[in-house]
Design a protein around this ligand. Sequence first.
Ligand code: NAD
Length: 329
Amino acid sequence: MKIAVFSTKIYDREYFEKYGKDKTFDFSFFETSLGTATVNLSKGFDAVCVFVNDRLDKDTIEGLASMGVKLIALRCAGFNNVDLETAKKNNIKVVRVPAYSPQAVAEHAMALILTLNRKTHKAYNRVREGNFSLNRLIGFNLYEKSIGIIGTGKIGAAFCRIALGFGSKVIAYDKYSSEDLKNLGVEYRSLQEVLELSDILSLHCPLTPETKHIIDAAALATMKKGVMIINTSRGALINTRDILDALKEEKVGYLGIDVYEQEENLFYKDLSESIIPDDLILRLNSFPNVLITAHQAYFTKEAMKEITQTTLNNIRSFEKGEALENEIS
Ligand code: NAD
């Protein structure tokens, strides 16, 4: 099978070459993302392999169909960027990697908390420059603080276990509570109570119409002054303008985000020599108590291995005409 891999970075290629060695697939790697402007690159391929910021809208999928592409293999779990209806109409199968490593994302959420709290990023730079002062580096103990979690699915549950390990009081809101987590000491509360009681709030629910801007001015108003907010889920869970106001008013004491509502035009690109076309992220970056990473919470060796192997298995099942375990229909 001939497969066009879009949005390829060096590390994607490394993993495909490592784990795809014994397979019969013929991969071509493209750095560009897939969309209407680049769909012609798919000519002569049986399948396309894509990631979170490729745009598989109606026109792109019709373009793929006219070139004989039969399979879209997503290297991620989310599929909000794919027009499934058009894919179905054109008899193109869509497969994904439903879960790779919840621990990777949960551990990154804790890394954001510890960095913001203990300011290790600042201490590192200071000491390298010969500044051994501790001024303004003071943090707080996580022990016995209340950590609130919205969404206790695979990632939220892994994060609950980490937070419990620090001796924190873990409170959570989810539409469905987990008996396992309750037995470990997680206390389920209403959304409002979690907002009101948390010293640190970590978001782990999916982005849906219901959760869009779940952290907005109204929610922020009910939270503790100086609260730390962590988002490793999806950018649009937070209303960026509202959180900017809350940072200015010092209502929010710390913000750690791995995702950003307008990340599509920024993340995974090296814009260090460019003019950044986004005033909101520049304003966020101007706060000393804001830490931003560019959607890297998933990025561990274990997760990359899982993503690659599942993608290869998905393509192999398609090639062999087997049932597609990870098909999105
Ligand atoms: P999951 O489906 O296992 O868990 C999601 C949980 O959220 C479920 O328990 C569900 O009941 C709950 N939920 C749904 N709607 C809710 C609502 N309105 N209020 C409260 N809880 C609600 O998903 P997961 O694997 O734990 O992933 C969670 C999210 O993490 C994903 O949706 C994705 O956006 C994000 N993610 C980020 C990265 C990254 O690299 N930053 C990587 C993978 C996933």
